[in-house]
Design a protein around this ligand. Structure first.
Ligand code: C2E
Ligand code: MG
Ligand code: MG
Ligand code: MG
Length: 287
């Protein structure tokens, strides 16, 4: 009996391994196909200045529907793409798409709102990172002023000369810079003084328990105070409830992003959201 269950356990383990390996093989070939066909979509999530009832911009979030795998979350395929280097061509497709969507937004009459693009550390660290972005922007007759770059705290954490010079050059080109997932990298805020950073995005793991956990409250409060002293503004990500929103407003958080206002949506729905917002708030929009 023991022997048999042992064998079952083994074959169960083996099947698991087999399925995982198969999925990776399929993920790899499907991703390469998607890169060739520019087969990714961008969804957009608004960032809101609550005090002034203003939309200040949107984050672009990649969505991928694979023919053979169905919807695959970026939380799954981005890390794989980073391991294999496929992130570079994917990132270029994403930036190209962001330019195309920007022109749709501009045609709809929203002439100023910027789009935030998430940049993987692997792409950021490429020697020709800046040139690769510039080429795409020029090809699309658009400029850096229309975009913000989101890099994670982990990406900039090593705090070396190359990181600083890239951030400085991005700023000189006209990009705004956000530090994403802030608070998860256990870095000290003080090194940020050296960086030309516009926004800190507090990671949603802090926001999730901000209403009932005093230690999360204390951390978020400290981040907001420090950021303001360093002339940065703070965006809370993952805000889902009015209680979280009120708490953050009391703490002086500048901007809110999360399901409370909208989940990420395709550009057409975003434009509807903007039109509805303007109607509700009598044109109070930074369009
Ligand atoms: P991120 O940049 O920190 O994006 C925020 C994530 O939180 C997004 O997940 C968004 O859909 C989700 N979110 C927004 N509001 C809420 C909320 O109220 N509650 C909860 N629970 N979640 C919320 P998503 O789109 O699945 O993306 C996950 C991560 O994948 C991103 O984290 C980012 O690291 C990466 N990613 C997504 N799109 C891109 C992209 O275009 N390029 C790169 N390099 N990475 C991307
Ligand atoms: Mg993202
Ligand atoms: Mg982000
Ligand atoms: Mg984040």
């Amino acid at each position: 009996y023991a022997k048999q269950s042992g064998r079952n356990r083994f074959s169960f383990y083996f099947d698991e391994l087999n399925t995982d390996a198969n999925r990776l093989i399929l993920l790899d070939s499907e991703l390469r196909k998607a890169i060739d066909n520019h087969d990714f979509e961008l969804y957009f999530q608004p960032k809101v200045n609550v005090r002034e009832n203003k939309i200040i911009g949107f984050e672009a979030l990649v969505r991928w529907n694979s023919e053979k795998l169905g919807f695959v979350s970026p939380a799954e395929f981005i890390p794989y793409a980073e391991e294999t280097g496929l992130i570079i061509p994917i990132s270029e497709v994403i930036i190209e798409k962001a330019c195309e969507e920007l022109s749709i937004l501009r045609k709809a009459g929203y002439s100023k709102l910027p789009i935030s693009i998430n940049i993987s550390s692997i792409h950021f660290q490429q020697t020709n990172f800046l040139e690769s972005i510039q080429i795409i922007l020029e090809r699309n007759n658009t400029s850096a002023h229309n975009f913000e770059i989101e890099v994670t705290e982990r990406t900039v954490m090593n705090n070396d000369a190359d990181t600083i010079s890239k951030l400085v050059r991005l700023k000189q080109l006209g990009f705004k810079i956000s530090i994403d997932d802030f608070g998860t990298g256990y870095s000290s805020l003080s090194y940020l003084v050296r960086f030309p950073v516009d926004y800190l995005k507090i990671d949603k793991s802090f926001i999730q328990h901000i209403v009932n956990l005093a230690d999360k409250q204390a951390i978020v409060d400290a981040i907001i105070q420090m950021a303001h002293r360093l002339n940065m503004q703070v965006i809370a990500e993952g805000v889902e409830s009015i209680q979280q929103l009120n708490q953050l407003s009391r703490m002086g958080c500048d901007f809110i992003q999360g399901y409370y206002y909208s989940k990420p949506v395709p550009i057409e729905e975003l434009i509807e959201f903007l039109q509805f917002w303007e109607y509700e708030h009598q044109g109070e929009i930074e369009s």
